[in-house]
Design a protein around this ligand. Structure first.
Ligand code: NAD
Ligand code: UD1
Length: 346
């Protein structure tokens, strides 16, 4: 029997790349998504890359009755990879309840269904935002978790706590929580990639949209940080590398290698880059000159953070492979292809 997994939020940015990697690894993939932040056409992109169209249900994970139907229809799901959540930091400050409702009710429904339908394995999308500004760098999984500044970030901290309480009250259920650093880039085919709705908040889509002429200029938020060139440092991880970490996590859960009910792993490259380094890498590897200007700091930004990935390297047998050069180029190839495609369809 083929190994079957359920991906919530599977038409989203990270979910779609992860679906591809699971299909490539021989899994049967079932995607659920309410399409609140993604487009159904992403399924065509996944099919173009893999020759397989995943099973798809338009389901909102906050609606338990809808969710239960999926598990009733598919009694052999062995693991759930739970991406479905809202993720816009600024919006979460403005509408905190929307974020707590969606991200936490969704998770609770998933856990209740796991219990009811006896699905033992979960991979959860967490974030390095729960470390805040770590005192020691690179940041290990032992670093203290703080209450993040934004309600969005706080949903990740609370989610990890909810999952642990659930696991402690049950037998045989396990979860791996992956704490992502900064995912960027796109599939090398440029068939799928990041598709922010409206004005992007994150650096990479802002860069590619500026390069394409959709945005006038990139604002670099501050150059007075205590870093080599004064701009903040992040650990930018290629989304395909990140996707592969989910396959490694599910493989670990299914092979029953772990006695631990709850494990966390940092998923980054282990290398930090400043904003100016990312801009330079983009210009050098795409040949496109980027219009940018240094402005004030963005409130809430941390100065520097990058991952110690040795735990994931050792225990998951996973390592980020792709260079920053390759990754920024992939983001640009996706932006161009997507814009050409959508122009053609107008
Ligand atoms: P995304 O918005 O592209 O994907 C999330 C998907 O979930 C979307 O397709 C959206 O339509 C869907 N969704 C949202 N609420 C839903 C609901 N109630 N029911 C069903 N589907 C729902 O975001 P992404 O960047 O792919 O992020 C995936 C996960 O990783 C999220 O949990 C996010 O918080 C987490 N994460 C992302 C980043 C990042 O920088 N992208 C960093 C750390 C953690
Ligand atoms: C943001 C979120 C964080 C989330 C992470 C990954 C905030 C405050 N934090 O982090 O909760 O986990 O994304 O999704 O939003 N930058 C510019 N100009 C821009 C955009 C960004 O200079 O137009 C800089 C930022 O100051 C930062 C770096 O680029 O130094 C990366 O920014 P971004 O992509 O938004 O990610 P984070 O700030 O790390």
């Amino acid at each position: 029997m083929e190994k079957q997994i359920l991906i919530t939020g599977g038409t989203g940015y990270i979910g779609s790349h992860t679906a591809v990697e699971f299909i490539n690894a021989g899994y049967e993939v079932i995607i659920i998504d309410n399409l609140s932040n993604s487009d159904i056409s992403v399924l065509n992109g996944i099919e173009k890359i893999t020759d397989i169209k995943p099973i798809f249900y338009k389901v909102d994970v906050t609606l338990k009755a809808e969710l239960r139907k999926v598990f009733e229809t598919h009694p052999n799901i062995q693991a759930i990879v739970h991406f479905a959540a809202f993720k816009a930091v600024g919006e979460s400050v403005e509408f905190p309840l929307k974020y707590y409702h969606n991200n936490l009710t969704g998770l609770i429904n998933i856990l209740e269904c796991m219990e009811e339908f006896k699905i033992k394995n979960l991979v959860f999308s967490s974030s390095c935002t729960i470390y805040g500004q770590p005192e020691l760098l690179p940041v290990t999984e032992e670093s203290p978790v703080i209450k993040p500044e934004s309600p969005y970030g706080n949903t990740k901290k609370i989610s990890e706590e909810i999952i642990q309480d659930f696991l402690n009250s049950t037998q045989g259920f396990k979860c791996i929580s992956l704490r992502y650093f900064n995912p960027i880039g796109a599939h090398p085919s440029a068939e799928i990639g990041e598709l922010p709705i409206g004005v992007p908040n994150n650096l990479m889509p802002y860069i590619t949209q500026t390069a394409y002429g959709i945005r006038e200029e990139l604002k670099v938020f501050g150059s007075d940080y205590n870093t080599p060139d004064g701009t903040p440092i992040r650990d930018y991880i290629n989304v395909v590398d990140l996707a592969e970490a989910h396959v490694a996590a599910v493989n670990r859960l299914l092979k029953d290698k772990t006695e631990d009910k709850f494990e966390v792993f940092n998923i980054g490259t282990g290398q930090g880059h400043t904003v100016l380094e990312v801009i330079n890498a983009f210009e050098k590897n795409t040949g496109v000159k980027l219009k940018y200007r240094i402005t004030n700091r963005r409130p809430g930004d941390v100065e520097k953070v990058w991952a110690d990935t040795s735990k994931a390297n050792k225990i998951l047998g996973w390592k980020a492979k792709k260079s920053l050069a390759e990754t920024v180029k992939s983001a640009w190839e996706w932006e161009k292809k997507y814009r050409e495609k959508t122009k053609a369809s107008i």
